[in-house]
Ligand binder design. Structure first.
Ligand code: SF4
Length: 341
């Protein structure tokens, strides 16, 4: 199944520029973009994975992770094959790198936008998440689905590496309610060598999405010896705090996978150290992930420090939300930032 990848522009010489992500690939007839799922065919850019889901699940929204977004609700989550990043530590490399590692072969279950929205409703979900691989590479599929989902009262979440162009965010903003954006490092060298991307466009996308009024949460996967120095952690925390101290920051534990099998699991103490640095930089909401730690996974009121959302067990398994639909602290009436209804 393919469709027009209309977020693109044709040049005078017939070449096509894709305008979905910051790679802005310039492509000739027959060429594929870096993501492996956008290709020029018959003088037009095509999205080869339109309506083809390679992964589909009903998840607790906490698993995205989104902790200030409709707590204790279910989210229909799907992704396709292909990705514009080449992270050596990718946890979903079997789908994200599939086309690149299988001579451009595309796989997926036929699920057009209408069917995806119907599935979300049938399963009692409150939102749809575009996730598992990078959603901006299947922009047109996400856009059509998100528009239909909104019309049915569902919310939409992008779980992304933050490489969206301004144009893509302008188009998505009316339908996108939340984004979990990775800041994988604060080093451009790390981005180039380990992910096949650059740091600057990510920081720009975070700022622009925030400016557009989309609710943002940030995730950083801490990898021992690669991106976990106090200095780098503090730089990320400072960047977030300068933008908006109420943006939640998820500090997640790495486990060996894909091309990074030689680095051990991130110790809990590394995550707690980063948590403390985030607090020192003034961030209001910090969380550790990929380890079970109730104290560090729960939400505390920034004013009275009461535990207002308790989380424990497997992620999203046990969630006790004491906030009302406006996000009001039951103890001191502070309004916590987030999307609560
Ligand atoms: S979405 Fe794909 S084709 Fe488009 S600019 Fe990004 S990597 Fe290139």
């Amino acid at each position: 199944m393919s469709s027009s990848a209309w977020l693109s522009k044709t040049l005078h010489n017939g070449d096509i520029i894709c305008q979905a992500c910051a790679h802005v690939c310039k492509l000739e007839e027959g060429e594929y973009g870096i993501c492996g799922v956008r290709r020029v065919e018959g003088g037009e850019l095509k999205l080869l994975v339109y309506g083809l889901a390679a992964a589909l699940n009903i998840d607790p929204v906490e698993k995205k992770p989104m902790f200030h977004f409709l707590p204790d609700t279910s989210v229909l989550s799907f992704g396709t094959v292909g990705c514009n990043f080449k992270c050596q530590f990718c946890q979903n490399y079997t789908i994200s790198q599939y086309p690149q590692e299988h001579q451009h072969h595309i796989i997926g279950q036929e699920l057009p936008p209408e069917r995806m929205v119907a599935l979300a409703l049938e399963n009692g979900c409150s939102s749809i998440a575009y996730t598992y691989n990078e959603p901006i590479v299947f922009f047109e599929y996400t856009y059509d689905t998100a528009k239909l989902a909104h019309a049915q009262g569902l919310k939409n979440i992008y779980v992304t590496s933050g490489y969206e162009t301004r144009k893509a965010l302008d188009l998505l903003a009316p339908y996108l309610d939340g984004m979990n954006i990775d800041i994988k490092s604060f080093s451009d060298t790390f981005y180039q060598e380990t992910c096949g991307a650059r740091l600057k466009p990510v920081l720009e996308a975070v700022k622009y999405a925030h400016e557009k009024g989309i609710w943002i949460e940030i995730t950083t996967l801490l990898i021992s010896g690669k991106n976990d120095s106090d200095e780098e952690t503090r730089s990320i925390a400072r960047f977030i705090a300068d933008l908006d101290a109420s943006i939640p920051w998820h500090l997640s534990a790495f486990h060996p996978t894909y091309k990074m099998l030689d680095i051990p699991r991130t110790p809990a103490q590394t995550l707690r150290r980063a948590y403390k640095i985030g607090q020192e930089e003034g961030l209001k909401y910090l969380y550790v992930g990929n380890i079970d730690d109730e104290d560090y996974e729960s939400t505390y009121c920034p004013q009275c420090h009461d535990k207002v959302i308790e989380r424990h067990g497997n992620i999203g398994q046990f969630v006790t939300n004491r906030l009302d639909k406006k996000g009001t602290c039951p103890n001191c009436s502070y309004l916590l930032e987030g999307v609560w209804c």
